[in-house]
Ligand binder design. Sequence first.
Ligand code: ADP
Ligand code: ADP
Length: 223
Amino acid sequence: MLKIKGLTKTYPNGVKALDGVDLDVGLGMFGLLGPNGAGKSSLMRTLATLQDADRGEVTFGDIDVLKTPDPVRRQLGYLPQDFGVYPRISAIKLLDHIAVLKGLSNAKERKEVVHELLRQTNLWDVRKKAPATYSGGMRQRFGIAQALLGDPKLIIVDEPTAGLDPEERNRFHNLLSEIGENVVVILSTHIVEDVADLCRDMAIMNQGRIAMKGKPSELVEIV
Ligand code: ADP
Ligand code: ADP
């Protein structure tokens, strides 16, 4: 579904964050594991069409993601690593606004979708509070709710469990595991358990390169 070939990116400060990344990602949940500074966020931002690459190709189905980003943007759900700046309005209003931005123009449908997502992410009871007042785990669940708006076919989740306590991480895992099989989900993380618990396939990234591709079950052999 998602094919990445020779993706290379050097920042203006000379840091080579992506150094010829090749990766094929099929339907289901894919884990991208790697230490801080490996280039995971750079890759996620490029796939989310928020950042250019110097070289390389990305295709999603038959869409050329780097050359024609608009069609993939309409199918994209993105939870960035630094998601966390919120206006002081309620979660339910904020989700409704984001839904409008994502093109859900029918108010009745929007209401249904937003209510459903608030229940699914266990935020119904706090829907009238501003996400700015939420705990870390609640914020991440809100983050996934906004990412799931509009039925995305490509979901990119960058370091969602960093800083969460075990219970919050568990809740987040349960939520991710409910995402259907009919979408591509890429989960970037430095936490081995995230990948071991959730992902069918995985890769390890280091110093801007894919160091290993395989199944999470193979992880025990290397760590
Ligand atoms: P990570 O935990 O993924 O390494 P970073 O701290 O590298 O996250 O990145 C956080 C934000 O800071 C990102 O938006 C990234 O683009 C920016 N950033 C990271 N490193 C630099 C840098 N050396 N110069 C400028 N911006 C940076
Ligand atoms: P990861 O998500 O695996 O921690 P990043 O993609 O955030 O990795 O960072 C890879 C390298 O690129 C790091 O050395 C980081 O400091 C650097 N970097 C990230 N974003 C920027 C940026 N906007 N400008 C300059 N350097 C950056």
